[in-house]
Design a protein around this ligand. Structure first.
Ligand code: DER
Length: 223
């Protein structure tokens, strides 16, 4: 199986968690794009979606799936999203696709978080993947100095040679060299640093289920 086929496998498997007639919470990334394609095959069985990014919204609309604003729905039954890393507790590093803020917001208003990922995302300890942190631009340098003090190497994410601007108009710093042994404590600490919008550790909004694409089929992890 190619990695693309593993992503398609878990994208299809996630349909089992979609509640008929419901509005589905939809994340961002290449694995979620496979889920969106699968979701389109049952679009008459759902009311629509709440989307975590402009990119996912465009794909949903192009496939004829209605997109609702997060303020139009109280609570979602399920949120389907990918991850850059996931550990044995369902704690994740997310934000590779620069959508971490809206992803965490929709995860917070969903009863169940179903993570879809290929097996390469499964780790023992979070931190090998560069940790994304969305920041207010004026705070970027100070936030990067704070990460340096804890042994991290931070840099502003660029696209085409300039700082990437998120859907929320903010910047992202990516931090390497961290070993996040206490994801809950780390998320609480960094989330309250002045200028931090969202830290890409999803521990308080952890996954309840992970559908892991492996060469021998889809492995279902429950947390
Ligand atoms: O940005 C995100 O959080 C995405 O979900 C990302 O972590 C997973 O993207 P991928 O499915 O393209 O690897």
């Amino acid at each position: 199986f190619t990695q693309d086929e593993l992503k398609a496998q878990v994208g299809r498997a996630a349909l089992d968690y979609v509640v008929k007639g419901a509005i589905v919470g939809v994340g961002t990334g290449s694995t979620v794009n496979k889920f969106i394609e699968a979701l389109a095959t049952i679009k008459n069985d759902i009311r629509g979606a709440v989307s975590s990014s402009v990119a996912s919204t465009e794909r949903l609309l192009a496939l004829g799936i209605e997109v609702f604003d997060s303020n139009e729905v109280e609570e979602l039954a399920v949120y389907i999203d990918g991850a850059d890393e996931i550990d044995g507790h369902g704690f994740m590093i997310k934000g590779g696709g620069a959508a971490l803020t809206r992803e965490k917001i929709i995860a917070a208003q969903s009863r169940s978080f179903v993570c879809i990922a290929d097996a390469s995302k499964r780790v023992k300890t979070l931190g090998a993947f560069p940790l994304p942190v969305e920041v207010i631009p004026m705070a970027a340098q100070r936030v990067m100095r704070q990460f340096a003090r804890m042994g991290g190497m931070a840099q502003v994410r660029e696209r085409d040679g300039v700082a990437l601007v998120t859907d929320n108009g903010q910047h992202i710093v990516d931090v390497t060299g961290l070993k996040i042994t206490d994801p809950l404590g780390f998320e609480s600490e960094v989330s309250q640093w002045p200028g931090v919008v969202t830290v890409g550790v999803f521990a308080h909004q952890r996954a309840n289920v992970c559908l892991l694409g492996t060469p021998t089929g889809v492995e279902t992890l429950r947390f």
